[in-house]
Ligand binder design. Structure first.
Ligand code: GLV
Ligand code: GLV
Length: 331
């Protein structure tokens, strides 16, 4: 009998096809919770779950006594309680590297869109206001990106791909703050390591790329936004939970900062009546960092490979809790 595997939420067709070769695949939309009877019924028997947005904590795992692997289709894994997974003998995996360039492109798109006010000016043209005005009013001018200071908080592999674009493409000066220094990055992109305070007070563009952990939760609050320059732009390409959104709204309202470009939010999907959306100098995208067809395919296939390895008794390439492997996992 084939082992049961769940595809939960965003899993691309190519990966589903691959999983069906060896497993009995059960596809769910990604909105189901364990209170959903059909989902709970399958979860009780499933040995693997591949997907996006799985909230794998102790409560969830108690409904999944046969589970051997939770395979995230994402690089961020703040949805996974690694301690609980290890305790339950369940391997956890993510999909790093394959999305670095795609996510850096999206972040750079946000930087340019926010600085040059591209979405707002697109509406200006389409609504016929350009035709009415006859010229672009000076109060619609944007600000430059090239030759300015970019501060990257969280110099992981995606941060590096952003630094590469900024240094070689836009002649930007790069400041970064990270748990550890990155001598290679400093050399290659002429980047300067600094404290968070220094970065906030000096950067023209502050770009948040840190994973969401207990240390980074609510990292950007009232005093952090107040330390930023009044003509600086804030970009969030990591996780909404690292920002106190009410503090960001206040900072934008009071003119403590110029504008914000956001791809991620405390609550996703972002409610249409959210206060952030009432402000003029906010550019939003719906968590699209990795969302190109080609990269989503790579992530889904890598997630399928991770799950398959674990279910075949091999160490998954992107194992997040090696303790589970060393202890022999679940029999
Ligand atoms: C996207 O946000 C990811 O973590 O892959
Ligand atoms: C964020 O996810 C990073 O890799 O910097």
């Amino acid at each position: 009998m084939k082992k049961k595997v769940i595809a939960y939420g965003r899993v691309r067709e190519k990966a589903k096809r691959k999983l069906r070769e060896n497993y009995e695949l059960h596809v769910f939309s990604g909105k189901e919770e364990v209170s959903d009877e059909t989902f709970a019924g399958v979860l009780a028997e499933a040995e693997g779950i591949v997907g996006l947005g799985i909230q794998a904590d102790d409560g969830f795992l108690r409904h999944a006594p046969n589970l051997k692997v939770v395979s995230n289709v994402s690089v961020g894994y703040d949805n996974l309680d690694l301690e609980a997974l290890t305790e339950h003998g369940v391997a956890a995996t993510n999909t790093p590297e394959v999305l670095n360039d795609t996510t850096a492109d999206a972040v750079f798109g946000l930087i340019l869109s926010t600085a040059r006010r591209i979405p707002e000016l697109d509406r200006f043209v389409k609504k016929g206001e350009w035709e009415q005005e006859g010229d672009l009013p000076e109060d619609k001018f944007g600000s430059d990106v090239h030759h300015r200071k970019l501060g990257i908080i969280g110099m992981g592999r995606i941060g590096e791909a952003i630094a590469k674009r900024a240094h070689f493409g836009f002649d930007m000066e790069i400041l970064y703050h990270n748990r550890s220094r990155k001598p290679e990055v400093e050399k290659t992109y002429d980047a300067s390591y600094c404290t968070l305070d220094e970065l906030l007070s000096e950067a023209d563009v502050v770009c948040l790329m840190t994973p969401l952990t207990p240390e980074t939760e609510g990292l950007m609050g009232r005093s952090e936004f107040q330390q930023m320059k009044q003509d600086a732009i804030f970009i969030n390409g990591s996780r909404g939970g690292a920002v106190k959104e009410d503090a960001l709204v206040e900072a934008l309202k009071h003119g403590d900062i110029l504008a914000a470009g956001l791809d991620v939010y405390q609550q996703e999907p972002l409610p249409a009546d959210h206060p952030l959306l009432q402000l003029p100098h906010v550019v939003t995208t719906p968590h699209i960092g990795s969302s190109t067809g080609a990269t989503e395919d790579k992530m889904s296939l890598l997630a399928a490979e991770n799950a398959d390895a674990a279910l075949q008794g091999q160490r998954p390439p992107n194992l997040l809790n090696p303790e589970v492997w060393e202890s022999g996992g679940k029999e």
